[in-house]
Design a protein around this ligand. Structure first.
Ligand code: HEC
Length: 99
């Protein structure tokens, strides 16, 4: 098996383990992949991703999502710039909130 095929196989296997929506979205647009990478590095300390899809979730608009991401990234000291926060907002919206 060539190296390229092995890589592809690993990628497909990794995708199968992840949520299908998040994975499809993340590989389709680089911005979303960057958002997911930033999110998974900084944001899983306090709450899992399932927090965004639970029935009693509190964020109910794109504006609130932007605000919450900003608050949380400041709390954790991630020090993201607008572009990084924007990528995470787009990742969360595309994968969980769908506003
Ligand atoms: C220091 C702990 C902590 C970290 C780290 C953290 N959060 Fe939060 N997050 C919270 C708390 C507390 C809430 C509010 C919990 C609740 O509403 O029940 C919350 C809620 C949220 C919500 C709203 C969920 C809803 O109800 O719809 C989003 C979105 C969110 N966080 C995004 C992020 C992102 C993005 C990061 C990474 C920058 C992050 N969080 C990191 C503590 C944290």
């Amino acid at each position: 098996m060539s190296g390229r095929n092995t890589k592809r196989l690993i990628r497909v296997a990794a995708c199968a383990l992840l949520s299908v929506t998040a994975c499809a979205a993340a590989s389709a647009e680089p911005d979303l992949a960057a958002g997911k990478a930033l999110h998974d590095t900084e944001c899983l300390v306090c709450h899992p991703s399932s927090h965004y899809s639970r029935a009693e979730r509190r964020v109910d608009s794109l504006q609130r999502l932007e605000k919450q991401v900003d608050t949380c990234q400041q709390d954790v000291g991630a020090d993201w710039d607008a572009q990084q926060s924007g990528a995470v907002v787009r990742y969360l919206n595309r994968s969980f909130y769908h506003f």
